[in-house]
Design a binder for this molecule. Structure first.
Ligand code: SF4
Length: 208
């Protein structure tokens, strides 16, 4: 099935919508993306203002001992490891202006994998080099029936083959926003979904 016409409607709806992390600049974005792994965006948004009061830039973070971050981020899963990663990232980059926007350079930094790099590139307006596959995308895409791949790496590769590059920055966050808003783990709200005419899960379960 050709999903593209329907996907274009989805990308129109969500493609430019900002990531739920409430960052003010690319430095804050990088820090919050690292903190948000296996943690809710809401928790990271809540603790971020105090953290950034104390560490307002890469330079401040680079000069810190990881333990100095603990009081601000101790509610985050894996906070010791993440504090260490953040200081090492700041020491490697040295300055807010030196944050790279390529998959290769970002994934060479500790604590940043493909998904995080895709989020940073997309939010910072960089040239897309992949498609964000987060937990929401992992749920939504198989429901739609676009690909049978279920691991992040293989799903991203399949999506990159199916979706033209010009849509890559829009695609991942569109699936993710759809998953956050309507395609919830239980009781997806298919009647309100722009994808319901092509969605396999919706059709098989007679949800519309
Ligand atoms: S139609 Fe329903 S199951 Fe399919 S993607 Fe939309 S909300 Fe999810």
């Amino acid at each position: 099935m050709n999903y593209l016409p329907q996907l274009q409607l989805l990308f129109k709806k969500y493609g430019k919508k900002k990531h739920p992390l409430d960052y003010a600049n690319t430095y804050q974005l990088v820090v919050m993306v690292v903190l948000s792994a296996q943690t809710t965006d809401a928790l990271v948004n809540k603790l971020a203002p105090e953290l950034f009061k104390q560490f307002p830039s890469m330079k401040h973070l680079a000069a810190a001992h990881p333990e100095k971050l603990f009081p601000f981020i101790k509610s985050v899963r894996g906070f010791r490891k993440k504090a260490d990663w953040l200081v090492r990232i700041a020491q490697a980059l040295g300055d807010n202006k030196k944050i790279p926007l390529t998959q290769k350079e970002l994934t060479e930094l500790p604590g940043i994998g493909r998904k995080s790099a895709n989020v940073i590139i997309r939010e910072a307006g960089g040239v897309p080099q992949g498609i964000i596959v987060d937990l929401h995308v992992l749920r939504v895409v198989p429901r739609l029936g676009i690909t049978a791949e279920i691991t992040p790496e293989k799903m991203e590769k399949a999506l990159m083959e199916l979706i033209p590059r010009k849509y890559w920055n829009a695609a991942g966050m569109s699936f993710s926003h759809l998953g956050r808003e309507l395609c919830r783990p239980t009781g997806p709200y298919c009647a309100e979904c722009v994808m319901n005419s092509v969605c396999v899960y919706c059709k098989d379960n007679k949800l519309v």
